[in-house]
Design a protein around this ligand. Structure first.
Ligand code: ZN
Length: 348
């Protein structure tokens, strides 16, 4: 065990920046990484405010954070694709490589997956971490640490766009313009959509999404999304609907939005079970897909960012110093509609 400074969630509502013992021995196939930048995620904030998410309960002090980029400082035996000094970002979920889900290529749904900052697994708001090299990805020189820490949430958008099976020129609809909805919209555009309609109640969120070419913002406080989709698609419907709001309300009219033979990709999770209009889906032969985190997306997410086709920099709203981590979390709790992503710079 090695003592390192970390942002520790002691229990619900109580954060401390303090030293903690973490296992930092670099075994075969592992790399040690000095953390540079970490994004604050909705899940980190939810553990802070509620002490749990579904079945995952914070019963012991836990280091927060899972959206991270840093620099390799030590390389374990057998690691050939990384060297000391490489700038990297990391996939936060480590599956059992021999599990049935992993062997099927669906390692994200391996029941044994160990995911950063999901109890009881520590996260990465800490100076150093040891991680499998296979889940550590080199950043091109011109991709910043801040962008590297955005790869994790963008990978969720990539997973959603992949599940949608977008064809060039498609029209998509994203319900919910939060950080994930915005990432999904960008991945759908990069994946070939000609237009992405983005719907939300909050105008500031829509204004941020509308900076991107191809995004059509719709404020559903002012307009019916069913009417707007009909108007924009001459009554045919969109090729794919991405449900990113998590609002049970969204499900009441969702079957009216896709075209016949279209798709619904479920990204946002309602906290309560919702009624789904199966008959409405049936008469259009809709395809319904689900997204849980991501698998095999990091390489392509980094490639898109490096190419300039996807620019995530406008989504970084503010960066806090490590010593100001608690302020960053309290700001995140405010949930300002003008904030997309808050980041913490662990190292200068
Ligand atoms: Zn996240």
């Amino acid at each position: 065990m090695t003592k390192v400074r970390a942002l520790v969630l002691e229990r619900q509502h109580e954060l401390a920046l303090r030293d903690i013992d973490l296992p930092l021995d670099v075994g075969p196939g592992m790399v040690r990484i000095a953390i540079h930048t970490v994004g604050v995620c909705g899940s980190d904030v939810h553990y802070y405010t509620h002490g749990k998410i579904g079945p995952f309960v914070v019963n012991a002090p836990m280091v927060l954070g899972h959206e991270a980029a840093g620099t390799v400082t030590e390389v374990g035996a057998g690691v050939s694709h990384l060297k000391v000094g490489d700038r990297v970002c990391m996939e936060p979920g480590i599956p059992d490589p021999n599990s049935r889900a992993s062997r099927l290529g669906m390692y994200n749904v391996d029941p044994a997956v160990q995911f950063w900052a999901t109890p009881p697994v520590h996260g990465v708001l800490t100076a150093d971490v040891v991680h499998p090299a296979n889940y550590t990805f080199k950043l091109p020189d011109h991709v910043s640490f801040a962008e590297g820490a955005m790869v994790e949430p963008f990978a969720v958008g990539m997973q959603a766009a992949s599940k949608a099976k977008i064809a060039p020129g498609d029209t998509a609809l994203v319900l919910g313009a939060g950080p994930i909805g915005t990432m999904v919209a960008l991945a759908a555009l990069a994946g070939g959509c000609a237009r992405v309609i983005v719907a939300d109640l909050a105008q500031p969120k829509l204004d941020i999404a509308a900076q991107y070419q191809g995004v059509i913002p719709v404020n559903i406080r002012q307009k019916s999304i069913v009417d707007e989709v009909k108007r924009l698609t001459e009554g045919w419907g969109v090729d794919v609907v991405f449900e990113c709001s998590g609002s049970p309300h969204a499900w009441k009219t969702i079957m009216e939005l896709p075209r016949p033979g279209g798709a619904i990709v479920v990204v946002g999770l309602p906290v309560e079970p919702v009624a789904v209009d199966i008959a409405g889906a049936s008469v259009k032969e809709l395809r319904i897909e689900n997204v849980f985190r991501y698998a095999h997306q990091y390489d392509r997410a980094i490639a898109l960012i490096a190419s300039g086709k996807v620019d995530l920099k406008p989504l970084i709203s503010e960066t806090f110093a490590f010593e100001e981590s608690k302020a960053a979390f309290d700001r995140a709790v405010e949930a300002r509609p003008t904030d997309v992503k808050l980041q913490i710079r662990v190292a200068e």
